[in-house]
Each structure stands twice: as C-alpha cells, then as structure tokens.
Design a protein around this ligand. Sequence first.
Ligand SMILES: Cc1ncc(COP(=O)(O)O)c(C=O)c1O
Length: 344
Amino acid sequence: MIDLRSDTVTQPTPAMWDAMRAASLGDDTLEGDATVQALEALGASRAGKDAALFVVSGTMGNLLASLCYATRGGEAVLDAHAHMAKSEAGGVARIAHLYPVSVPSRYGEMDLNVLADVLRPGFSRYGQPTAMVCVETTHNHSGGYVPSLGYMEQVRGLASHAGIAVHADGARAFNAAVSLGVELAQLAAHCDSITLCLSKGLSAPMGSILAGSHEFIAQARTFRRMVGGGLRQAGIMAAAGVVALESMVERLADDHRRAQRLWQGLADLDATLVDPAPSRSNIVRLRVDKQRTADARAWEHALEQHGVLARASGAGALRLVTHRHIEDADIEHAIDAIARIRAE
Ligand SMILES: Cc1ncc(COP(=O)(O)O)c(C=O)c1O
C-alpha cells in the first residue's frame, strides 16, 4: 500500500532506534532526564527561543500555550480553519476557557483587516481582552500552504501593537522553514511561542516541542503536569527527537519535491483536481467535487482498491501527504491510479 494519509505514519529511522536504545535516562519530573534536557535545549535553540518543553503531542503543546495565555481569561483569535479550532477537541475553549474568535482565512493567511478589527487590548463594553492570536504554519486544512514571512510579521505587528501574544501552531513549521529557505528561528521570530512536531515528517515516534520565554515554559511545565503530561524516563522518546532535529529536517525538501510532482501530474490530468497553485510543502489537496463521482469517501475506497491510501478532508476533497516512505515511483503510481479511477 502507498500510504499518503499522513506524514504521521512515518516509522522511526535506524539511527533513532539506536539512539533510543543508548539514551541515558532519568525521572523527568524528579531530578530530570538528561536526554529530555538535551532535546529541549536543542529545540529552544532551533526555534531561537529561551526555553522549550518536551510534550507528548502537538495538541498538548497548543493546549499548554492556550493555558499559559489564558491566566486572565479572554478570547483566542484563530483562523476559521485552524487545526486548534477544528481538530483539537475544543481544548482552547473547554480546558483553557478562552472564547474562540475566528477570522476568515485564505490558504492559511487570516484577513488582516478582520484581524485588526477583532483584537481587543482590554475589556470593552461587549467583550474580554484578546489573550492570544494563533497562526498555523504550514496550514493543514488549506492543503499545506506556507504563510509568507511578511504575513507572519504583519500578524505579530498588529498583535504586539495591542500588547497581545502570538502563538504559532508549527506542527509542520520545519516544512515551512525549508519551503521558505530560512532557518526555523527566522520564522519563529514572528511569534512569542511555537509548537513543533517531531512525529510528523521528521519521523520520530512521538512528541512535540513547545518553545518560548523562560517564564512561559516554566508555566507550561506546571500546566503539563496538570493535564497529565508529566513524563518519567521520557529520554527514550526524546532520543529519537534529537535525531529528528539533527538529521531529518533537510530531507523534507524531497517530500516537497514529490508533492509538487504529484500536484503537476494531477493538474495535467485535469486542472479541477487540484488547487490553482501547489502548496510548496508536503500536502496536496485532491479535489473531487467536479468529478463524476464527487464523494471523497467513495474516492478513498476506490484509491484503496488501486493500492493507495488517502484521507477524505471534507465532502469533496482528499488530502495526500508525502513523507519519508514515499518514493518517486509511488507518486507516479498514485497519479496513474487517479487517472484510472476517473476513467472507470
Ligand atoms: C497543524 C497541526 N497542528 C497540530 C496537530 C496536532 O498534532 P498531534 O497529532 O501530535 O496532537 C496537527 C496534527 O496533524 C496538525 O496538523
């Protein structure tokens, strides 16, 4: 099977297995675990932030950030298609008790006029202050689009003018940095805190990094304990994370190249199958709403019959994600499968 459902299906590399076996371990919530500390130091330095915290998932990283910014309540400003708004079980509202305010977005970039309008530096007659503004890069729901650095800078400018923090859901921020041709720290300079996933294209078996100021990370550590994320001999997992940060970032460019080939192959078949431009990261949105069979679930099934796994994303589209286990020949196979299904 050619598994294009997600980059989260990636298995640990042999170097990760070796590092996991050799990791020196401690109790991370007692005296500390040296491997976790090494990962956190590396994560902080890659993100250009003071400090970092190893957490079990991207969702937990985003939740801890929400809890940190929510100490005085208020509103969370998110784009209407944000993963934090749509796919994290409502933790922003249900656990952090922030009122979510959504801003329309296009290809992952919020409408800046609307954003400027909804930001509240303090209490107003009708609402509480904005506790945080969230950006997402790369943007999952829009098909892996990479918000420009100019956009990130403008969001930060608007927020900081109002004294409001910006959190980046950077589950795939390394993909964004590679795609933009910049260091992660250049991108993360436009936010106060950032979540980075190790378990997606970077191939680690689990874990994310939350990075920010010393004070922010100290708070997040306490909130991690509160939500049951205090870890013990977590160095086993952190060891794979160190390998991920040290050796798995540059190869993301291969995933991007293959995703662009997939986009081009589909565009050559029928321009309505894809977005007008490729995302330049590792996700391709297959649009089936203009096809004879317009149901994404039916396409999921048909693709499986042709040896390709993909996931429906809404009623008329599927998400195809390239990653370390996808080769050039797999991309050609997937294009061919889609051509055959259209002809059936
Ligand atoms: C943009 C984005 N943010 C956050 C997450 C959550 O990560 P996790 O599955 O590790 O909780 C995902 C997962 O796919 C994601 O795509």
